[in-house]
Design a protein. Structure first.
Length: 390
């Protein structure tokens, strides 16, 4: 790290659901960016929305959480904008999330103050609401007018194509990298420590083929209720032959109560566990005591749980949709399905083909260490920070 004086960086977290696993915490990909900024000599102030207002310091980052308002389900806070406007002018601003009101007004402030901006896109979508479409049109106009003042980082090639085609952003304003989502060496070491402390629990868990869902509990995007329905169909077809299977659902969200009731009505309490929110260590234990991560999302950007499952040495079963299919290679590091019938066949394959599953799990652990490792790729992010901060 080079010595630098009086450098300030703002990080604005516009997207996501910071309360998914309980008390507010910084998402791991946000922490990755923060650490790189600090290593490059910046003092980092992070602004975001939460259930309640609070301020604290974590890992050298000043975190300012403002009480969240909901505008068409879009996290927003005027308090954040005032704090940003009244603070010392930063040398760079990193904004997580593009299609948000907070991003719109943050960009206006940054452009007026002539602060270089890096926007990290965590997934894109077409807006159905007229008001949300108006927000996106204003965002597009801003990005076209101030085309030399920002860089957009897309996590997937699909997002890049979307930005080019639907947003009209110049190709030289877009870079594609998944580095933010990779696990750090510290996280990989933490997993090793958890494994050592819990060897008996992990060994005892091998008596079942355990499928794991981890994330937000909702219907519109994640379709967790559909996952349980498909698993119920799987059990009806195979429970007599394969009784030792289980689905564990970890996370929180608006669907939790309905999921618990759904499991009760279907009479599958012995096979489906709705765990709810868990601690960070318990989250990793859920990975380590499972056989495969499963998702049935309608659409995704690129969820970090894919890389977490790799790091824990687990197979991954996901829909064949943009983003996910850029990482998952069918039957090599995971499974891709196009419909419910293929999903059922894959569940059956994971249960019956024990050898293939174990080989995949071992290979995925090595993949996380060798390829999806933050330290191995962070220099490209340092270059971006240096270029734009200067």
């Amino acid at each position: 790290m080079k010595e630098k004086k009086n450098l300030m960086a703002h990080v604005i977290v516009s997207q996501g659901y910071p309360g998914t696993f309980g008390k507010y915490r910084m998402q791991a990909w946000v922490e990755n960016v923060n650490r790189l900024l600090i290593d490059e000599g910046h003092k980092v102030a992070l602004f975001t929305c939460g259930k309640n207002s609070e301020s604290f310091t974590k890992n050298g980052v000043e975190v300012i959480v403002s009480k969240r308002l909901r505008v068409l389900n879009d996290p927003f806070s005027l308090d954040i904008l005032m704090r940003v406007l009244l603070s010392k002018k930063p040398s760079i601003t990193i904004i997580h999330g593009l299609q948000h009101l907070l991003t719109l007004f943050s960009l206006i402030i940054c452009f007026l103050r002539k602060v270089p901006v890096v926007v990290i896109v965590h997934g894109l979508y077409l807006s159905n609401s007229k008001l949300l479409s108006s927000r996106d049109r204003l965002l597009k106009l801003l990005l076209r007018v101030f085309k030399d003042s920002y860089l957009v980082i897309a996590l997937t090639s699909y997002d890049r194509r979307f930005l080019l085609k639907k947003w009209g952003i110049s190709p030289d304003r877009i870079r594609v990298t998944k580095v933010f989502l990779y696990l750090s060496q510290e996280e990989l070491q933490k997993i090793e420590q958890i494994m050592k402390r819990n060897q008996e629990r992990i060994m005892n868990a091998s008596d079942k083929v355990r499928f794991l869902y981890i994330g937000r509990l909702d219907h519109h995007q994640k379709r967790v209720d559909h996952l349980i329905k498909i698993f119920y169909d799987f059990l009806k077809m195979r429970e007599k032959k394969y009784p030792d299977v289980e689905l564990v659902v970890v996370g929180r969200g608006p669907l939790k109560g309905l999921l618990v009731e759904m499991v009760r009505k279907l009479g599958i309490q012995d096979y489906v566990k709705i765990v709810g929110a868990v601690s960070e260590e318990e989250k990793w234990l859920r990975y380590l005591t499972s056989s495969a991560l499963v998702l049935t999302s309608r659409f995704e950007g690129l969820p970090r749980v894919i890389f977490e499952a790799f790091a824990a040495g687990k197979a991954v079963v996901v829909p064949n949709i943009c983003g996910l299919n850029e990482v998952i290679q069918h039957r090599i590091n995971g499974f891709l399905f196009n419909n419910d019938e293929e999903f059922l066949d894959i569940l059956n394959s994971v249960v019956t083909d024990n050898r293939h599953r174990l080989v995949m799990q071992k290979a995925n652990r090595a993949l996380a260490i060798e390829k999806f490792n933050l330290e191995a790729h962070e220099e490209e992010m340092r270059d971006i920070i240096r270029d734009y901060a200067n």
